[in-house]
Every structure is written in structure tokens, then in C-alpha cells.
Design a protein around this ligand. Structure first.
Ligand code: SF4
Length: 280
């Protein structure tokens, strides 16, 4: 499903630099600012809080049209290393089909021998398997917060359905691309326990990635209005529980401890302990 905000705004921009230092790898690369997937819990809002102060997250995208050319320039002065695509947007969001900026960036990064880690919710990345296949230093990650299409449509309104993403990653696995799954953020009372969590771990068994990461819901900048609205649509009774888990320190600590235990137990029961990498 494509996020169709009635007031969607697209801008083509040029930027001064494109490869930035990152905690996720040596470097991060964001060919776009803003993201059409419009996830209600998205941490990336902070990155556009000054450039798009009054615009709703998911309703704008800046296309950094000179990104591939900048890589050519910056590759000459940067130390070699790993690049994460993308840290504050999805490099394969729907706009990429038309612009192919991320694909051109991939070509430039591969030419300059960077290691590449991709994390996406998009199935469009399949278009670029020809670049990734056989590359020794590429890993492809897919984000999943729930296996339920209706839940994903509420919390990640512009992203492809979970089953489509799972198919995409299975396809990458079949052709030998190194893969991982990012389960996060787990949605409290929805996919962080019981059948919701079990279904996610069943999916890991089915896809058989090289490893999988798990993260909790975090109190990121500016998320509460969109997150609470989605939770209210799912079940209004959960809104105060989400507020406590996010913003009450004691409850959050208790929640985190119990969540960690549930994940460890579920991973053990699924025979996945060796592949589990908790992020908290
Ligand atoms: S896909 Fe990632 S960057 Fe895009 S809105 Fe969702 S969480 Fe944010």
C-alpha cells in the first residue's frame, strides 16, 4: 500500500554532503529526507524538525538528486568502511521507483568497495538484487513489527504488507545474499507477547536469516500524537498503557525486564538463541 497523503509534497534538492558518520556502521547514507512509509513510531522525525517544522511525517520527501555524484567525491577522502542505508528514511520508499537515486548510490558504493548494510521495509529493493547478489560485503535487512497486515496498515501505513516483505527477504536468501530481520519496535500488547510474538519468531524460522535483532518501542521525538492515534484505532484501552510504558520510568524498566525474558524464552523455544541479537 502506498501512503497517499492528500497534501503530499515532493522536492528535488541538492545537498553538500551525503556520507555521514553513524553509530549503526562507520557511515550512514540517506538518499532521501522524509519517508513515504509514514510509520507512526518513526524515530527519524527529529532529522527534519527544522527543515519541515510544520509538515506531517509521511507527507513530504526531499529527493537528494546529487547523492550519487557526492559519493564519487567523498569516497576519495573517506576511509573505507561500512555504510548503512538508510538511517533516517527508507532508501527504497515508493519514490525510489521513479528516481533510482538509491540504486545509483549502491552502484557508486560498490565501485568504491564499501561494505553495505541495508535495512528496509520495501520490496522494491528486489529490483537491485542484481547489484547485491554475489557481493561479498553486503547484508540486507528487513524490518517487521507484526505479521498481521491490518496492524501493519495502522502503524506503518505506507509500507508494504508484512507477507510481501517476508517474501522479499526469502528471495534474497535463496540467491545467497546475507540477510537479517529487525523485529522492532515490538508493539506492546500486540506483538510483544503471546501469539503476536510467537508468530514473529515462527517467521524467523521460516525465513532463516543469518541473524535477527529485536527492539522495544522507544519514546522518540514527536511520535506520541501519531502513535496514540494508531493505538486508539486498534484498541482505545491500550492508549494509557502505551503512555506508561513509554514515559513512566519505573514502569518502563519493569516492562523492559519482562520483555527481555519473554524474547529469550521464545527464542529458545524456537531454537533461535544463536541468531538472536537484542538491541536493549
Ligand atoms: S520506514 Fe523507517 S524511516 Fe520510513 S517511516 Fe518507517 S521507520 Fe521511519
Amino acid at each position: 500500500m502506498v501512503n497517499q497523503q492528500p497534501h503530499f509534497r515532493l522536492r528535488e534538492v541538492t545537498v553538500k554532503s551525503i556520507i555521514s558518520a553513524s553509530k549503526l556502521a562507520d557511515y550512514a547514507l540517506n538518499p532521501y529526507a522524509g519517508c513515504q512509509h509514514g510509520c507512526v513510531y518513526c524515530h527519524a522525525r527529529f532529522a527534519t524538525r527544522f527543515s519541515h517544522p510544520n509538515e506531517e511525517w509521511g507527507s513530504f520527501v526531499d529527493v537528494r538528486v546529487n547523492a550519487p555524484q557526492l559519493i564519487e567525491r567523498e569516497a576519495r577522502r573517506n576511509r573505507p568502511g561500512g555504510v548503512f542505508i538508510s538511517s533516517v528514511s527508507d532508501g527504497w520508499q515508493p519514490m525510489e521507483e521513479r528516481y533510482q537515486i538509491t540504486r545509483q548510490c549502491l552502484e557508486a558504493l560498490i565501485k568504491h568497495h564499501y561494505a553495505i548494510t541495508i535495512q528496509t521495509k520495501s520490496v522494491l529493493v528486489r529490483r537491485d538484487f542484481d547489484l547485491l547478489e554475489g557481493h561479498p560485503s553486503v547484508e540486507l535487512g528487513m524490518t517487521l513489527t507484526t505479521t498481521e497486515a491490518e496492524v501493519a496498515a495502522l502503524f506503518e501505513p505506507g509500507a508494504p504488507a508484512p507477507e510481501e516483505r517476508i517474501e522479499m527477504l526469502s528471495g534474497a536468501n535463496r540467491i545467497g545474499i546475507c540477510t537479517f530481520v529487525f523485529l522492532g519496535p515490538l508493539l506492546p500488547y500486540i506483538s510483544d507477547r503471546g501469539k503476536g510474538l510467537k508468530d514473529l519468531l515462527d517467521t524467523i524460522v521460516r525465513v532463516n536469516p543469518d541473524y535477527f535483532l529485536v527492539d522495544r518501542l522507544n519514546p522518540r521525538y514527536g511520535i506520541w500524537p501519531s502513535l496514540s492515534a494508531a493505538v486508539a484505532k486498534y484498541d482505545p484501552a491500550l492508549v494509557p498503557k502505551y503512555r506508561e510504558i513509554l514515559y513512566d520510568r519505573q514502569i518502563r524498566e519493569c516492562y523492559t525486564r519482562k520483555l527481555y525474558q519473554r524474547i529469550i524464552t521464545e527464542a529458545r523455544q524456537h531454537g533461535l538463541t544463536d541468531k538472536l541479537r537484542p538491541c536493549f
